[in-house]
Design a protein around this ligand. Structure first.
Ligand code: SF4
Ligand code: SF4
Length: 124
């Protein structure tokens, strides 16, 4: 599936960078969903855990001069993922709050869509 996505390049760790932003989420244009991390540089200690952990979507680049991560490909971020935030030792990554996602779920009738999929596959 990811093989079909456009390749943007490779990063210094040798990871292939794909453009995940072209892949809709629940039928919604990914670029219309403001879900991605923001680095609080007042807190960030440059440990590199977020940069290294986000290995498939490669959301972060690494600023060699500042020795800090940069959110280079925000729309590559998996909607509702918070892995990097969970692993950050100093809580330096910020995401939209739960209410933001609840609004999207409601507006785009995602619960109805989920039910339809389960029904289609004879799971309910
Ligand atoms: S939330 Fe997940 S996909 Fe998004 S940047 Fe963090 S680890 Fe990567
Ligand atoms: S995990 Fe947190 S402290 Fe470490 S580089 Fe990322 S934002 Fe900075």
């Amino acid at each position: 599936m990811s093989e079909e996505l456009p390749i943007i390049g490779k990063d210094p760790l040798g990871r292939i960078i794909r453009d995940w932003s072209v892949k809709p989420w629940w039928g919604i244009d990914r670029k219309k969903i403001e879900w991605y991390p923001k680095v609080n540089y007042d807190k960030c200690i440059g440990c590199g855990v977020c940069y290294i952990t986000c290995a498939n979507r490669v959301v972060f680049d690494w600023d060699k001069e500042k020795k800090k991560p940069v959110v280079a490909r925000p729309y590559n971020c998996v909607v509702a993922c918070t892995t990097c935030k969970m692993l950050c030792p100093v809580d330096a990554l910020e995401f939209p709050d739960k209410e933001y996602m609840e609004k999207i779920i409601k507006e785009h009738k995602i619960l109805v869509k989920a039910k339809e999929i389960l029904k289609k596959h004879d799971l309910i």
